[in-house]
Design a protein around this ligand. Structure first.
Ligand code: SDX
Length: 428
């Protein structure tokens, strides 16, 4: 006998089914509420609302657990392979050797951009925001791959996923090269995913950039840790746009726009600017903590706090130790890492942060790692987008394959003027 919730509204007593997830999470199914009561629920930022059921990513915010298709993210640390994790998220299981090789070959075959798209980069202002370029470029891809505007089967989904995941690197690197007035470095089909990106970013026509294994592993791990995170703001945006049967290019471009926000993926840029300000003496760590607690200051300790994690974000833990490993290899410490650790120490022992369960999130250490790779601060959120793309594609695919999917259309509680008449200009 399945559990039910009882709702008493006026003289009505309603029974609503309680659905239970595979990890024991429970939800009250209110899908018949309006039909039975004429009422809607009110939950403005959906903090108490499940927008869907999903089998892709599991988060336990209280325990600080994150699993991709059931696999704890800690198990990807040893031999990080972003392409393998992308396949896992999209197709629902770990790929066999030949499947992984075939997907990797598809990425190689699709790493170039249409020359028409390349030429568009020449018209973009050199100081254009990289996230604006990325969102526009993803939408532009639809112009050059119109055969994928409607994805009818898993083969074509795989083909468009390969195009997006491969080309997003080329787009990001070309926008960086444009911003620096450097010639474009085309992808090298002999390089693995991450190494190829760093090659396109930092090689010169007369000198190939040498990618160390440590840096390549650090980049793979960074991308894996950003690959999916259940129904976060940008993924919910991708699902909302996709629910209208908009194509995958448009849905992912919308995801980039949502991720750009400083409260979401843009936080990694804010964290770096905050750490740099502290390092340059503009502000002390103690002053940072004081301002973060002062409501009047509007200052936030970026990289801290999370809607779901009320414990240490497991991704932040892995990124912090990855930073230690990379700097030990580079044999040049980054003073900003010391500043970040000092800030974390002060915050974690402060009652304000303890009472609100505010811990470092994925953005707190990620920028320090990207800086060690030579990635400029204004591209940090682009890097987040490259990581999150397979997650967006997986969530979009799951929604498209669900026969119960309907267009996303929330209701509202109207608080505006009651019925009134138009007033002609001469009477106003
Ligand atoms: C990401 O959802 C995801 O999964 C996102 C993400 C993903 O992988 O997709 O994990 C990626 O977006 C990580 C979050 C990056 N953002 C930041 O680091 C920005 C700083 N963090 C805050 O803006 C905030 O913590 C949020 C937006 C992340 C979460 O906000 P919530 O859940 O809406 O919490 P809240 O704003 O209601 O805060 C509760 C209390 C408030 O104080 P009181 O009103 O109770 O006195 O905590 C305070 C807030 O003022 N608070 C902070 C704080 N974060 C929350 N105070 C100081 N500094 C902070 N960073």
């Amino acid at each position: 006998m399945s559990e039910k919730a009882i709702l008493i509204v006026g003289d009505k007593k309603l029974e609503m089914p309680i659905i239970v997830g595979s990890e024991g999470e429970k939800g009250i199914d209110i899908s018949q509420l309006r039909a039975q009561t004429g009422m809607v629920t009110y939950d403005p930022s959906f903090g108490n609302t499940a927008s869907c059921s999903s089998a892709i990513t599991f988060i336990d915010g209280d325990q600080g657990i994150l699993r991709y298709r059931g696999i704890p993210i800690e198990q990807f640390v040893e031999k990080p392979n972003f392409v393998e994790v992308a396949w896992l998220l999209i197709f629902g299981r770990l790929p066999k050797r030949e499947e992984l090789q075939s997907f990797s070959d598809q990425l190689t075959e699709n790493e170039l951009l249409h020359e028409g798209l390349n030429h568009q980069y020449q018209q973009i202002p050199v100081d254009a925001p990289p996230m604006a370029i990325l969102s526009a470029s993803l939408n532009n891809l639809a112009c050059y791959h119109q055969q994928f505007l409607a994805v009818e089967d898993i083969e074509s989904l795989g083909a468009v996923a390969a195009r997006l995941i491969s080309k997003v690197r080329t787009m990001a690197a070309f926008s960086y090269r444009r911003s620096r007035g450097l010639p474009f470095i085309y992808p090298d089909p002999h390089l693995r995913y991450g190494a190829n990106f760093l090659h396109m970013m930092f090689s010169l026509p007369y000198r190939q950039y040498v990618v160390t294994r440590e840096m390549e592993d650090a980049l793979n791990l960074f991308l894996i840790l950003h690959a999916d995170h259940e129904q976060n703001c940008s993924t919910s945006t991708v699902r909302t746009v996709g629910s209208a049967r908009a194509n995958l290019f448009a849905s992912c471009a919308a995801g980039v726009s949502a991720l750009w926000g400083p409260l979401h993926g843009g936080a990694n840029v804010e964290v770096m600017e905050m750490l740099q300000r502290i390092h340059d003496g503009g502000i002390s760590p103690d002053e940072c903590i004081r301002m973060a607690k002062d409501k009047e200051s509007k200052f936030k300790l970026f990289g801290f706090g999370h809607r779901v994690y009320k414990n240490y974000d497991p991704r932040a833990k892995i990124l912090r130790s990855c930073c230690d490993k990379v700097f030990a290899t580079l044999k040049r410490p980054d003073p900003l890492l010391d500043t970040a650790r000092k800030l974390e120490e002060l915050a974690l022992e402060d009652k304000y942060f303890q009472d609100r369960k505010l811990y470092p999130n994925v953005d707190f250490y990620s920028g320090i790692l990207l800086r060690a790779m030579g990635i400029p601060t204004n591209m940090f959120t682009v890097m987040f987008s490259i990581g999150r793309l397979p997650g967006w594609i997986a969530q979009w695919k799951e929604q498209h394959e669900d026969p119960t999917t309907k267009i996303v259309r929330p209701r509202q509680i109207y608080t505006g003027p009651t019925k009134c008449d138009y007033v002609p200009m001469e009477q106003r």
